[in-house]
Structure formats: C-alpha cells, structure tokens
Design a protein around this ligand. Structure first.
Ligand code: OGA
Ligand code: NI
Length: 339
C-alpha cells in the first residue's frame, strides 16, 4: 500500500530513479500540440438524423485515427458527474480505509494496485494508482466492489451498465458500416467488461515520468472518461498530440482485436498518459473484452469483399494475451488482457 504513488508523492523532493523513463520514451521538455481536427461524433444524430452519415463518420475516424470523441451519447450528465465524484472520493479516502483492496493477485476480480500488473518485474514504474474491477454481469460482480464510499456500488454500477450499452451501440454502427452479419459482436467477443479507475497525482517533473507509456488497447473497444484535466495523448503521423477533454464527452479507442477482425481496415490508436505538476487527474476507462477462448481472426466476408489476404492468423484471445506477456512487450499495459 505504501507503494501507491499517492502515499509518498506529497513529501517528494525529486523523482525517484525508478520512475524516470528513458530519454527516448519520456515526454521531455518539448511542447506537445493539441490535436486540432480531432474527430467528434454526435451520436444523437444516429437516432434523430441521418444514421448512415453517423456510421460513415465512425468508420472514417476509426480508419484515419483509430479513435474518436463522442457527444450526446446517452449517458446522463448527472450520472457522469456522480461517478467521477465517487472516484475522487474513493481515492481521497485514507490509506487505512482503502488498504484491504490493495492486492498483487491479478486473479482478484476487484483490487487496487499501482503502476501496472508487473510492478515487481518492471524496471520503471508508472505514475498512477488504479482501482480495477470487472463489471459484467453486474449482479454477479458488484459485491466484490468497494462499499466505501457508501454509494459507490450503486452509482458506478449504473454508470458501468450505461457505458456498456454505449459500447454496444457503437459496435453496432461499426457492424453496419462494415456490413457484418446481424449479431456479429456476440457475447463471445464482448461478454467481458473491465473498468479501471485511474488516479494520476500531480508530479513535480512531468518531463521525466509517464502515467501510462505508449500502448494501444488490446481489447475490442474502450470508452474513456477523462474529466477536465489534460493528459491523454495520441501518436498521429509519428507525432504526439494532446486530446483535450471536452465536457461530458467520451474518448472511444478502437482496440487491437477490432483492428484484426477488420483485417487492418480499422486502426487501433497508439496513446499514452502524461502527468502534470498542478492538479490530480482522474479517469475512468471501460474495456469491452472477448472471452479468453474466443477465436479471433479477420472476418472472412471482409477479406473476400476486399479481395485481399488475411493479415492475421486465427488465434485464441487468451493466447494473444499470454504471448504479449511472455514476450515482455512492456510498452503494452498488461491491464487490458487480464482475462
Ligand atoms: C488506458 C488508458 C488513458 C487515461 O487505461 O488504457 O489509455 O487517460 N487510459 O487514463
Ligand atoms: Ni489505453
């Protein structure tokens, strides 16, 4: 528990050596510009306007950027406010109140950790503390979640259901756009939902550290709420650019499995999290993940339609996750495939 960044960073004079990333991966002093033409999709228009046009925007952004922002997405503003409020309240409780959740056992369905799943095996640590739990099916899992703050299960439970519905609505648009058969994103591909609640405390020297190093999400699709503090950056045409928070918007990342299923048609954005010296940053990432034994492969109808070869061999999702871990592809956060 004393390893949590928030436990020791207040009394800090300089950055501990094991938090200093190598020169070629850390942010350094250069100023990172804001991504100007960031795709922002109004999902309300898929219901009340030209649905096909919205689907086109989703596919275009997924191809060109591998991510996009969504607004008017149907998740209530009050619910978002209450949920991020819960997250802040949780992380601001005393260590004593949180200690029972801290665990290095990655098989626990709800736990708190710091940096990454590999704390003991990594040479450089990430500047973040995390609460992680599975979310679906909610009634089987919610009892493993924190019951302090008192309303945590109730509020975050509602949020997780709405965010799951939003993920499935976006996948349905992608399915329509790619002309896949109805029901394509079945339980096998989407039945697991994991949420990480991230706390990035202020860092005295953001040029040396990272909240999360460069990675692309390895799951199907991710919905990120980044509140109102900057820190999320994407690699666009070889340059790091900042993705600014926008009130009540979510960032939607295309995951590596969706890239593979689409035979490379959709991109999976590479991104990272930088720290800042002024204020804490809190985010909520919700990952839609295949079951471990699901076979993932480029969808045959797409390969045939485009008259090309499959770019990837079929594999079981759990083998993909294991292979990444064994090869020590350290840049990819182990969090996202922990099933
Ligand atoms: C992640 C991630 C971004 C953030 O958890 O995979 O990229 O801003 N998070 O917390
Ligand atoms: Ni990510």
């Amino acid at each position: 528990m004393e390893k949590m960044v928030s436990s020791w960073c207040n009394t800090l004079k300089s950055i501990p050596q094991d938090y200093v990333f190598p020169e070629d991966t850390r942010p350094g002093d250069q100023i990172v510009p804001i991504l100007k033409n960031c795709p922002m999709i109004d999902l309300e228009k898929a219901v009340s306007g030209d649905r096909n046009d919205v689907i086109r925007q989703v596919l275009q952004a997924s191809q060109d950027f591998g991510f996009f922002k969504v607004i008017n997405h149907g998740v209530g503003e009050d619910l978002i406010k209450d949920t991020i409020g819960m997250v802040k309240e949780f992380f601001n409780m005393t260590n004593e109140d949180k200690a029972s959740l801290y665990s290095l056992d990655s098989y626990k369905s709800c736990r708190m950790y710091t940096s990454s799943f590999k704390y003991d095996r990594e040479s450089i640590h990430q500047w973040r503390d995390v609460l992680i739990h599975f979310c679906h099916p909610l009634d089987e899992l919610v009892d493993t979640w924190p019951n302090n703050p008192f309303k945590y299960r109730d509020v975050v439970g509602k949020f997780s259901v709405e965010v799951r519905n939003l993920s499935l609505r976006i996948l349905e648009m992608i399915r329509e756009g790619l002309e896949l058969k109805p029901g394509y994103f079945r339980d096998e591909l989407t039945g697991v939902q994991l949420m990480t609640l991230n706390h990035y405390p202020p860092c005295p020297d953001p040029s040396l550290t990272l909240g999360i190093p460069k990675h692309s999400d390895r799951n199907i699709i991710t919905i990120l709420y980044q509140d109102n503090v900057c820190g999320f950056q994407v690699l666009k045409d070889g340059q790091w650019v900042g993705v600014e928070p926008f009130a009540n918007a979510f960032v939607v990342n295309i995951g590596q499995q969706l890239k593979i299923i689409s035979n490379g048609k959709l991109e999976s954005v590479e991104h990272r999290v930088v720290t800042n010296s002024k204020e804490p940053r809190y985010t909520i990432a919700s990952f839609i993940i295949p079951h471990g034994d699901t076979i993932i492969e480029p969808e045959k109808t797409l390969v045939e339609k485009d008259n090309c070869h499959p770019l990837y061999q079929p594999f079981q999702y759990k083998d993909f996750v294991r292979a990444l871990e064994e090869e020590h592809l350290c840049e990819i956060d182990a969090t996202h495939g922990s099933v």
